[in-house]
Design a protein around this ligand. Structure first.
Ligand code: ADP
Length: 357
């Protein structure tokens, strides 16, 4: 069953993110399927590129759990979309030789959704909940004893005759993923034994992602071609994978099928992905703050409304990379375009703004 269909027309995955908000996820267990994204998902530590600190820590944790014959501690991974949170959960499961059940908080709306999934788990299995910051209060409260004591506290009957039943659960591992660790309630956050932030990837790492994906998809790419795509992938493997597919289309139709540096750059220019990896929405955001709000600061709601985008898409998808690239700055009064952001768009800073920097 598909988690998210992969017919996104926006290369940076923004429409995919929109779909994540209203996901085509059924409450029942979701298994890996054979969509594009799952076909190219690394299944072991060796093919999982980058994030070396995380991999080293995990290797130790996994080894220790195996030696002690104990289930893994619950883990929380956070960071912008497309950095490999779901993928690392799958790697952990396959390294432990256990099954993984994948779901997402918006699919766990009713108590019976979370109860059903918890009761279907077998010992040692991994339950992966994406967008865990969006769990509702009731689902969270069901999870607390499940995570802590591996029990389900169920109430039967009404008011005075109500009884609480403690149902034992198999020892499972919960892996949560979120783009917003700060929005997790502290009781939930405290129940994770390991919390790790995934980092943006370097150009070299992204070039490796491009080469790996190209090999799986039987696409010819030179080292320089892979680096050129890596440079415009916004530090994000999911974007690198999308770009390699799009550039391959150009290479086949317009060139002789080989992706070299020239083919990569020309194709990405045509696709309006600039040398920082910014697309039309990112540039529209920067232009808006500069042209309409004198460089900022301006509030996120105003930006989202002016761009007809959703606040969450701006916050989760556009902003993290613009901040990381130093093109915008976050201030208590809103977002500001940095001098680097002005330079990137070839605009000069107004006199008022110059005083501020
Ligand atoms: P997230 O769950 O953080 O949104 P995913 O785990 O779904 O991101 O990753 C998106 C895609 O990027 C995956 O299909 C996978 O192919 C690729 N990917 C992610 N991390 C890596 C990695 N470390 N090495 C290689 N490919 C990766």
């Amino acid at each position: 069953m598909a988690i998210i269909s992969d017919n996104s027309d926006l290369l940076t995955g923004k429409s995919n993110e929109n779909r994540k908000k209203n996901p085509i996820i059924k409450p029942e267990t979701i298994e890996y399927d054979n969509t594009f994204e799952n076909n190219i998902r690394p299944k072991d530590f060796d093919s999982y590129i980058g994030q070396s600190a995380l991999k080293e820590t995990l290797k130790v944790i996994l080894e220790s759990a195996k030696k002690r014959g104990k289930p893994l501690d619950h883990m929380l991974f956070y960071g912008p979309p497309g950095l490999g949170k779901t993928t690392i959960a799958g790697v952990i499961a396959s390294q432990m030789g256990v099954d993984i059940k994948i779901t997402s908080a918006p699919a766990l709306e009713r108590p019976r959704d979370i109860i059903g999934i918890l009761m279907s788990l077998k010992g040692g299995e991994i339950l992966f909940i994406d967008e865990i910051h969006r769990l509702n209060k009731v689902a969270e409260e069901i999870l607390y004893p499940a995570m802590e004591d591996f029990t389900l506290d169920m109430t039967t009957g009404k008011s005075q005759t109500a009884k609480t039943l403690r149902v034992p659960l198999p020892k499972f591992t919960l892996i949560g993923a979120t783009t917003k660790a700060g929005e997790l309630s502290s009781p939930l956050r405290d129940r994770f034994g390991m919390i790790h932030r995934l980092e943006f990837y370097s150009v070299e790492e992204l070039a490796k992602v491009v080469q790996r994906t190209a090999k799986i998809l039987d696409i010819n790419v030179t080292e320089e071609g892979a680096v050129a795509i890596g440079k415009r992938s916004r530090g994000t493997p999911r974007i690198a994978n999308r770009l390699v597919k799009r550039v391959a289309d150009f290479a086949i139709v317009k060139y002789d099928g080989l992706i070299d540096e020239k083919v990569a750059n020309e194709s990405l220019d045509i696709l309006k992905i600039d040398e920082f990896g910014l697309d039309n929405t990112d540039r529209a955001l920067l232009n808006l703050i500069i042209d309409k709000y004198d460089g900022g600061p301006v509030g996120i709601e105003t930006i989202a409304a002016a761009l007809s985008e959703d606040v969450r898409t701006i916050e989760d998808v556009c902003e993290p990379y613009l901040l990381q690239a130093g093109l915008i700055q976050r201030t208590p009064r809103g977002r500001k375009v940095s001098p680097e952001g002005y330079r990137h768009l070839g605009k000069s800073i107004g006199s008022e703004q110059t005083k501020l920097f």
